[in-house]
Design a protein around this ligand. Structure first.
Ligand code: FES
Length: 189
């Protein structure tokens, strides 16, 4: 089977879906290549994630990962939740097909960005709902499918320099002649 039982179960019956009004941290993460979006909301009490919810306009794998990430983070301290990665989420789900691994980046990154938002608000004492949630895009490395955050031109895990294919917009290795996604020759650029 392409997807594990657990992935199918979380996809069909996702946990913690919804919005938290007056959340302490909010973040929206998008994948500019497929257009999918995930928003995470966290409520923090005594340094613990007391409540967590998500909304997604994403594929089945992104729904399952977001759902499991909320389960993994709920009740954890901020420091414990900080350690949750996309690799942990995929392991917890019993794996994802290689070509869907990049979908795990959305849920895990949205959790981390919601924690960033919470901590920023703590620092600036802006705990009111008018504080703007974090919004950012996340790219995936075409080789390890891991997150390439902030630095869109380098994958730390593979240690390769990346660039966007002029035709399909996906990331590819710098200096490579042919895009591994759409096959476009880069010599034309
Ligand atoms: Fe976009 Fe899965 S295809 S997150």
């Amino acid at each position: 089977m392409l997807y594990s039982k657990k992935v199918m179960e979380h996809f069909q019956n996702p946990r913690n879906v919804g919005v938290i009004k007056n959340a302490d941290g909010v973040a929206e993460i998008g994948n500019p290549v497929c257009g999918d979006l995930v928003t995470f909301y966290i409520k923090v009490k005594d340094n613990r994630i007391e409540d967590i919810k998500f909304q997604t306009l994403g594929c089945g794998a992104a729904i399952a990962v977001s759902s499991i990430v909320t389960e993994m983070a709920k009740g954890r301290t901020i420091e414990e939740a900080r350690k949750i990665t996309n690799v942990d989420a995929v392991k917890e789900l019993g794996g994802l097909p290689k070509h869907k691994f990049h979908c795990s980046n959305l849920g895990a990154s949205a959790l981390q960005a919601a924690i960033d938002d919470y901590q920023n608000r703590q620092k600036t004492a802006k705990k009111d709902v008018s504080a703007k949630p974090i919004k950012k895009d996340i790219f995936s490395c075409p080789y390890c499918e891991g997150p390439v955050e902030g630095l869109e031109d380098y994958c730390k895990r593979c240690q390769v320099e990346l660039k966007k294919c002029y035709k399909c917009g996906n990331l590819m290795k710098k200096g490579e002649d042919k895009c591994p996604h759409c096959g476009a020759s880069q010599k034309e650029t």
